[in-house]
Design a protein around this ligand. Structure first.
Ligand code: FCB
Length: 468
């Protein structure tokens, strides 16, 4: 897009996205139980980049005041984090008073500096004791999540306005159950879809609990609930074959429409379920489920967007691990890549998602809940005064904001933008390999914070709403 300045609406908000397990640290303090990240770190620390496991996060718990001030000083007005299930509840499913105290204090501190907190309830952080009872493959755990959600709504109901049930519910089925990259390293497509299905039920049950809590006056009158997912519009080659289009349909169906239909219509896409069944993949459905899913409708949605998905017809029906294939990656010859992360940079994807939503789910309000650029070895990009020169980050965010501005002009109901992660944080098995922040966390210097060159630009945009 042309590089002229553009303007975002006055009520468009700018904020920071983060999560509990990637920032908090203090993994064993205050009665916190183990989650799967802690368990995996204990089992095999060499699986994590530079042997940095889940234990320290980015030291946010200790530096909370400083970090909140920092976010505010950058002109941001909101932040999203997650409550860790393994911190808020004890092993019997009761509120852990020390965990509750931690979050009460965090929310109060944020309010005091003038940051609105968006709370998400689950960010890939299954408590290990529940995983041992089947994790997302078990109905008992689905019920346990609904119970956790209701306790969270009732404990913090008068403090929080923006609630979310899940972040990227498509990721655990992929990373833990299909490609076996994350502990417990399972490769089983049918189990992955069962997990996806059960997470959908858990989402719907949580929304049901939320509505009940609201009805009873336990929540703020103007509170809202939503779901956050990574929506990556699937593209395919020019002049696609029918089989390529079929690959697009199933990729879109499993990764996007599944969630969009759930949160806008309270149902799952029938064509996807039929295709799965035709390949022998049956979901663990029960007669009462349709009623549960019908409660899955939300007030608005978060869209995490990093890269587009490009797919084509699969070369074979199953891969070398026996996993059914509905699509395989298509490498677009013109793709611009972020080499550190191996993700394509394609800002227009956000616009395309926005237009699809406008046309197919016209009442749906949403915001960009994550977008960001992770770069390896940023320490090599410091100037003489030690400040990381990250002009590429400015360029990346500017281009995405330009497409958002255009989408809004064209009728998209996009209300705000949260950057991931304003302050560098821990990224799962990649640990601190790729840095996303406008603010550096120096691991060699006690996790000290230091704004990068781009921070001044962010502040200007967030305070003026002019993107240039
Ligand atoms: C997203 C996750 C988030 C973070 C970014 C880089 O998929 O939601 O936790 O790791 O990727």
């Amino acid at each position: 897009m042309a590089q002229e300045s553009c303007r975002l609406p006055d009520d468009f908000f700018f904020g920071a996205a983060m999560s509990g397990p990637q920032t908090e640290g203090r993994w064993r303090d205050g009665g916190k139980l183990e989650n799967l990240w802690d368990t995996w770190s204990n089992l095999n620390i060499t699986d994590f980049h530079n042997r940095v496991g889940s234990y320290a996060g980015n030291d946010f718990s200790s530096r909370r005041h400083e970090d909140l001030e920092l976010l505010k000083s950058l002109g941001l007005t909101s932040m999203r984090t997650s409550i860790q299930w393994s911190r808020l509840l004890d092993a019997d499913g009761n509120v852990n008073p020390e965990g509750a105290k931690y979050y009460h204090e965090l929310f109060a501190d944020a309010r005091e500096v003038g940051l609105e907190v968006f709370v998400n309830l689950y960010h890939f952080d299954m408590p290990t004791h529940l995983f041992r009872r089947g994790g997302w493959e078990s109905r008992e755990v689905v019920e346990a999540y609904a119970h956790y959600a209701t306790l969270a709504f009732r404990t913090f109901g008068k403090e929080i306005r923006h609630w979310f049930t899940f972040n990227e519910p498509i990721v655990e089925p992929e990373q833990r159950y299909t490609n076996g990259e994350w502990y417990p390293f399972i490769r089983n497509y049918a189990r992955a879809r069962a997990v996806q299905y059960n997470i959908s039920l858990a989402h719907a049950l949580a929304v049901r609990e939320y509505r009940a809590a609201k009805e009873e006056g336990c929540l703020l009158d103007d509170s809202r609930i939503g779901l956050i997912n990574c929506f990556t519009p699937p593209y395919t080659r020019e002049n696609p074959s029918d089989a390529d289009l079929e690959a697009v349909r199933m990729t879109d169906g499993v990764c996007n429409r599944w969630w969009l239909d759930l949160v806008t219509r309270g149902e799952l896409p029938q064509d996807v379920i039929s295709t799965l069944a035709s390949r022998g993949i049956e979901l663990p459905r029960r007669p009462e489920d349709d009623l549960i899913l019908s409660d899955g409708k939300v007030d608005w949605l978060g869209c995490n967007y990093y890269h587009p998905e490009r797919v084509q017809a699969p070369a074979a029906d199953v891969d070398e691990n026996g996993i059914p294939q509905f699509a395989q990656p298509y490498v677009w010859p013109e793709a611009e890549m972020n080499k550190s992360r191996g993700w394509e940079i394609y800002p227009q994807g956000l616009y395309d998602f926005a237009m699809k939503t406008r046309d197919e789910y016209p009442d749906l309000e949403w915001f960009v809940s994550e977008n960001g650029m992770g770069i390896e070895r940023e320490d090599l990009r410091k100037d003489e005064s030690g400040v990381i020169q990250d002009d590429y980050r400015v360029d990346f965010v500017r281009r995405h904001l330009e497409w958002i501005a255009r989408a809004i002009q064209d009728g998209a109901k996009c209300r705000g933008y949260h950057y991931w992660a304003v302050i560098d944080n821990w990224s799962w098995a990649n640990a601190f390999k790729n840095r996303y922040g406008f603010v550096e966390v120096d691991l060699e210097d006690g996790y000290n914070r230091r704004p990068k060159k781009s921070a001044a630009w962010l502040k200007k945009v967030a305070t003026t709403h002019v993107v240039d």
